[in-house]
Structure formats: C-alpha cells, structure tokens
Ligand binder design. Sequence first.
Ligand SMILES: Cc1ncc(COP(=O)(O)O)c(C=O)c1O
Length: 384
Amino acid sequence: MPSKLSEEISPFYVMEVLERAKEIEASGGSVIHFEVGMPDFSTPAVICEAAVRAIREGDTRYTHSLGILELREAISEDYENTYGVKVSPGNVIVTMGSSPALFLSMLALLDPGDEIIITDPHYACYPQLIKIAGGVPRTVRVYEEEGYQIDAGRLRKAITKRTKAVLINSPGNPTGTLLGPDVIRDVASLGVPVISDEIYHGLVYGGEAKTILEFTENAIAVNGFSKLYSMPGWRLGYLIVPEEFVRPLQKLQQNLFISPNPFVQRAGVAAIKHGKREALGMVGEFDRRRRAMLEGLRELGFVLGTEPLGAFYVFVNASGISPDSHALAFDILENAHVAVTPGIDFGQGGEGYLRFSYAASVSDIEEGMSRLGKYLDERKNKSR
Ligand SMILES: Cc1ncc(COP(=O)(O)O)c(C=O)c1O
C-alpha cells in the first residue's frame, strides 16, 4: 500500500494542465502554452558541445560527491564577479537541479516538526518539499497591493521556537517579483537562517537581483542552470552553504544521489565560462515578450497592481471572472485552447489569480491574447 505521505502529497496542478493540453493537441487541437515554467530556447551550442566532448572523453563515472572542483570554482568566481561576495569553492555543493538542492537543505535543517516559513503565494513545490523532509510549512501572506514584498513585521510574528529557516525566492515564481534590497536586509536581520532560492537570477528586467550572501552568512543560497542558461532537462543546480553544513550535506548527497552527473557538470563549467553572451540574448528576448504580454493583458482589461521585473511570469488577478482559479484555468483551456496555471497551485494566497508564463514566442503571446479576448467576450455574453 502506498504511504500516507505519498497518498496525501498535493499534485503539481500545472502538470495536470499541461497533460490535458497535450491530450487536446493529440486529438488535433492547437494549444497556446502559457502554463510552462521553463525556457523554450534551445540550450546554447557551446554548452551542448562541452557535454558531448566530455562523454566522448569517457567522463561518464561518478564524480566527487560535492561536485567537480572545476565547476565549484567556476560557481564561486561567478558569485564574486556578479555580486562581489567571497565564496570558497569548499562551500559550494553541486546538485542535480535546484529542486534536490532545496530538498537537501531542508533535510539538513529540519528535525521532525520543525518549521520553515514561506510566502503565500509561493513556488508550488515548497510546502511539499518541507513536508517530505519531515517539517511543517508556515506561510506569511504577501499582497499584490504591496508589490508582493515581504513585510518584516508579519514575518517576525510567524517565527516560533520551531522555526529553522525563512525561505525566500527573488525573482519569484509565480509573481515575477524582485524583492527590494531593504526587504532582503530586513529578512536577513531577523536572526533566523535564510534559504534563498536564486534560480531566476539573471532573468531581471529592471532593478537588480541581490544574493542573500550580500546580507548575511547565516544563509543557504540555492541556484541552478535550468532557467538562465535554458538547461531545464539537464538537471544541474547547486548550494552555497555555511561551513557547518558542508559535511552533513555531503553525507546526505552521498546516500541519496551519490554524485551529480559528470558530463552535465562539464556543461555547467562551459555555461558559466562561455554561455553568458547567449544567456543575455535570451534575457533580452524574454523582456520583449514580457512587454508584449503585459500590453496584451492590459488591453483585455486585466489590472496589474505591480509590474513583474523578473523570471518569466505575470500573476494576474482574475477573481472578477471567477473566484475558482482551477475551474477557470481548465475552462479557458477547454474553450479557448490557451493553457494557464491556476493561482491556487501557489497557495491559498494565489486563489483567484492565474499565472501566465511568457516563455512563449511573441506571435504565440499575440495569438493567446486574441483567443483569450474572444473567450472573455463569449463568457460575458453568456452571463447576460
Ligand atoms: C522557484 C523555483 N525554484 C526551483 C525550481 C526548480 O528548478 P530546477 O530543479 O530545474 O533547478 C523552479 C522550477 O520551476 C522554480 O520555479
């Protein structure tokens, strides 16, 4: 019999939208995809070539459990060059994506019943990862009217004796919010360890993404290659951790994963050393799409209380159309063939909202907006 945990774990609704969209496509329909949370660009050739070279050279064995030194050094240089923070390669742990990095950090922090504070709305998998690691997720609401910034007063009130960390994510999924430096400073000054999910760093269109390490050493930075370098399927990420966590995390990694993939790590070195120019090109294109999507949504009458400045998402209040985001997302998919993610996927604070991903071409964005316009008109006419 499957365990209670595995039976009770919430599904990732976006995958269910995607799976239904694929069924519609398989039966001949054309769907515009605004649900997917991954870049649609090919991985830059210079990165692919490094992996192929590594495989040809026979680099197909387990590596050091913390990752190859060349990549750990490249990551520490990258953090120094980008943010001016000193990171020793000895404090970098390479993982198979930022998801395992997040999970490992929770396993390293939590005893059964300990708590991690997350925002609401939040990235859909956070509560699940915390629960699988034996912990309890506690939420602090963030509001569109406040630009989804974290209020330190509200956060302080959520801290209990069991709080082991505050988990922040900037630029954030699902809101595209960039936390202000003062907000990150406030979070860092609470005296609670901070896990900072920096997976969308680099995908910023105004303002500046700050690493938590600029504010405190009492922190774990989580990052990866899926988004900025368009490498979601490669599964490569990393952790930057205080010294006391290196050995515990190494033991967890050895038992759970043995080591990250060798040729993918070589590709990671190429990404940092030679992939920046192409990554910048993709960021420019994302910004063009962001503007097209914001314009399209505003023309349809959606009101955006704050402009997303990072990642590739727009979180839209659709409660005037329906308060039930799950029903609305599936109704839009069935009737307009536009796939969007229901806000409820991201916590109770996301209910009534829809997440639009602009990891889609400008022509798809225009077509999607036109379909959505027709859908909204028909819905209005029906309710008359
Ligand atoms: C906020 C956030 N963190 C982590 C991840 C996981 O990324 P990966 O495991 O591909 O590095 C995602 C993926 O969408 C994300 O949106």
